[in-house]
Design a protein around this ligand. Structure first.
Ligand code: SAM
Length: 327
């Protein structure tokens, strides 16, 4: 084959591997003050979540455009999707070498952890911002802390390896109690990850009062647990090793944005693809798939993924609620 012909047909090795976040439902059983609009979202939550077959069709399309290194199932809360383990099993069968992970608020893990593990889910992140039941109820809208803690235990019993706890840094909810979360994570052998609040959707309204930086959090923890040493970046998290052997991850969405190294795409529960959390437009991948134009879809997916290191810089944060796009 002549040299120039070979160059015109890109091969999978030409593309940077993809970390795909897949939202499987917009429904959530929490109403966290920084994530979900407190009212007026009924229309948003109705109808059109994709079926398993449609999700697999879209994943096949994405998988033929780019090598999917890692696929994170998210939502809403993904565990609210009926028969999630069945979907997990189908995805794992179709993409056996992709790391298949999920992010949940943990409320329903008590019932589902074992089935999810047997279905092929490789690992879990559980979101938890406080260990104080009253603060939890105020922040998330229901009295659910005990169910989350129960869910974490079930996940451990089900044999998930390193379970991560994701905590959004919020001055009023955990500014004074991070040491409790850190100690809890250490005792239970979970890895704590502290995430800087992003001014997305409803969070924009509370951002000025609630934001505090990962650097400030690290200083607070160093005063109690000793000065850690950096282990460097792992994905979007900078990891630190404390003198007691415990590892902490910091996700500095605001103080040190990582756009340049981002390799994520986001597929929402209606089949729209977003290159970025602050991309308002997105691509209607479902429509492209239904219209039977795979070549067009594949080139749109590749264009959205872009070249690593040259993703667009943040101009405006979207007003789309986080719950719609899945974090
Ligand atoms: N319901 C699942 C959960 O709670 O993990 C998955 C969806 S949730 C949108 C994914 C993650 O986004 C959670 O860890 C949540 O705390 C985080 N999140 C939501 N809004 C955020 C914001 N404004 N800034 C930073 N993180 C946010």
């Amino acid at each position: 084959m002549p040299q120039q012909n070979r160059k015109t047909v890109p091969d999978m090795d030409d593309f940077h591997p993809l970390y795909l976040r897949l939202s499987v439902t917009e429904r959530c059983n929490l109403r966290c003050a920084y994530c979900r609009p407190q009212t007026g979202e009924k229309g948003m939550m109705r109808g059109s979540t994709l079926s398993d077959a449609e999700i697999l069709g879209l994943l096949d399309l994405v998988g033929s455009a780019l090598p999917i290194d890692k696929l994170r199932i998210t939502g809403g809360d993904p565990l609210l999707r009926p028969r999630l383990p069945v979907l997990v099993k189908k995805i794992k069968r179709r993409f056996p070498s992709t790391l298949l992970v999920a992010t949940t608020n943990g409320l329903l893990l008590g019932r589902q952890a074992e089935e999810l593990r047997s279905a092929g889910l490789d690992s879990l992140n559980v979101s938890l911002d406080t260990l104080d039941p009253r603060v939890f109820a105020r922040l998330c809208g229901i009295d659910g802390l005990q169910s989350v803690l129960q869910g974490l235990k079930s996940a451990r019993r089900a044999g998930f390896g390193k379970i991560r706890i994701n905590t959004v840094l919020l001055r009023s909810a955990n500014g004074g109690t991070l040491h409790d979360l850190f100690r809890f994570a250490g005792n239970e052998d979970f890895e704590l990850r502290l995430i800087e609040l992003m001014p997305i959707g409803v969070a924009a309204e509370i951002f000025d009062q609630e934001f505090f930086s990962a650097g400030e959090a690290l200083e607070m923890l160093s005063l109690r647990f000793g000065v850690p040493r950096s282990l460097g970046l792992s994905g979007t998290a900078e990891r630190y090793l404390f003198p007691n052997g415990q590892v902490l991850g910091l996700i500095r969405t605001q103080s040190a944005p990582f756009c340049a190294s981002c390799n994520r795409l986001r597929l929402d529960s209606r089949g729209w693809l977003y290159p970025c959390l602050h991309d308002y437009e997105g691509i209607d991948l479902f429509a492209l798939w239904r219209s039977g134009r795979p070549e067009e879809a594949i080139s749109e997916i590749r264009r959205a993924h872009g070249t690593p290191g040259v993703k667009r810089p943040i101009k405006d944060w979207t007003s789309r609620p986080m719950i719609r796009i899945g974090g």
